[in-house]
Design a protein around this ligand. Structure first.
Ligand code: GLA
Length: 377
């Protein structure tokens, strides 16, 4: 079943997902939510450092349909993974976090859930955050307690932190919940909740590509948490709450290991600011070198790239892309490429050739800023 079948002739919330839910559970769903994936245009490993990021929602999404149960059980079915209910741990995490915050009744009402998705898992496009956001939307709606985007983001972050055991920041949830079509979302994490500022991003004559390295991005192996600790240690060493407020000379004087991590965060924040200024001035084509510099920084100073991410970036740039960088946590996942429309085919062909697996389905898709999460029913 495709996502389009959901928003197809049956109208939003009608169509394939509703039919599948009804066939499975013998009644119609009472709530349906759609939560998209995200690409972060620039600003990675800055969210948990009180910094800046510039994500946007893409047009691939996770859909969750649900209806309340009285017996307290959370029952689930995945269209893509029939019979595999490992994902239910995320739904349980959402329910616990929402209950702890008083958003769901403590007597733990249950739900029948059905999940459909065209968002690849493990590609660094925030499929797990999308799942938690869509489940949260459904469970809160079933309980008659809709929450705002900030509260929903916080509870989904809590669910993911506890479920996956990784201290991720608020980038993904904020992007999924607050993105707007045709805009990138300037997010400032200095305070919690973060502030957001949607910036129009017309792509006149340009395209954004997402290249899936097919290296499953894995944040649970301790590397992400280790990077976060290093960033916090650098801030403590410098006596600042936030690396943004550190003096460049003081950062340069840090011990080498901490210095490179801190340098990435400080420089990345500056690059986000520069990209925002260019976008506001309608000079989108000029952001390319900043994207590429961000990749170099994540590769060399923050050390979260991998050979496949570097390969995709290098192949795209050699073929004439304006800029390219890994997006998200790194260690695998996706590269975002900015390219002139008339060069897109050449760049795509070069990236595909670089991976030398022409028999595989294409790993490159065009992406553009789409809408944030919302209820379809
Ligand atoms: C993952 C985390 C986010 C953020 C990015 C890196 O996507 O979930 O909080 O830290 O990595 O920018």
């Amino acid at each position: 079943m495709s996502i389009s079948s959901v928003a197809g002739p049956g109208g939003p919330g009608g169509g394939g997902l509703v039919d599948a839910f009804t066939a499975r559970y013998g009644r119609a769903p009472e709530a349906v939510w759609r939560a998209p994936g995200r690409v972060n245009l620039i600003g990675d490993h800055t969210d948990y450092a009180g910094g800046l990021a510039l994500p946007f929602a893409i047009d691939r999404a996770v859909l969750v349909a649900g209806a309340a149960r009285d017996d307290g059980a959370l029952v689930g079915w995945s269209v893509q993974r029939p019979g595999d209910d490992a994902w239910l741990v995320y739904a349980e995490g959402v329910r616990r976090a929402a209950t702890r915050r008083g958003l769901l009744p403590a007597d733990g009402r249950g739900a029948d859930l059905l999940v459909d998705s065209d968002l690849p898992v493990g590609a660094g496009l925030s499929s797990s955050a999308a799942l938690t956001v869509a489940v949260a939307g459904v469970l809160l709606q079933l309980a008659g307690r809709p929450a705002g985007p900030e509260e929903t983001a916080a509870l989904c972050q809590e669910a993911e932190n506890v479920t996956v055991g990784v201290p991720t920041g608020l980038l993904d949830q904020t992007a999924l919940l607050q993105s707007r079509t045709g805009h990138v979302l300037a997010v400032d994490f200095r305070h919690t909740p973060p502030t957001v500022d949607p910036i129009p991003c017309p792509l006149n004559g340009l395209q954004l590509l997402a290249v899936d390295t097919r290296v499953a991005h894995e944040v649970a192996d301790g590397t992400y948490a280790e990077r976060r600790r290093a960033v916090e240690a650098a801030a403590t060493e410098l006596g600042v709450q936030n690396l943004r407020d550190a003096e460049p000379a003081a950062v340069a004087a840090l011990p080498p290991a901490l210095r490179r991590r801190a340098q990435h965060v400080v420089n990345e924040n500056e690059r986000v600011t520069a990209v925002v200024a260019l976008l506001r001035a309608g000079r989108t084509a000029e952001i390319g070198p900043l994207l590429t510099a961000s990749h170099a920084s994540l590769r060399d100073d923050f050390e979260v790239s991998c050979p496949e991410l570097d390969l995709a970036v290098d192949a795209a740039l050699r073929a004439g892309a304006l800029g390219a960088r890994m997006t998200g946590a790194g260690f695998g996942g996706t590269v975002v490429v900015l390219v002139r429309e008339d060069e897109a085919s050449r760049v795509i062909a070069a990236v595909e050739a670089a991976f030398d697996d022409a028999s595989m389905p294409s790993r490159t898709t065009r992406v553009e800023p789409g809408e944030g999460a919302r209820a379809l029913r």
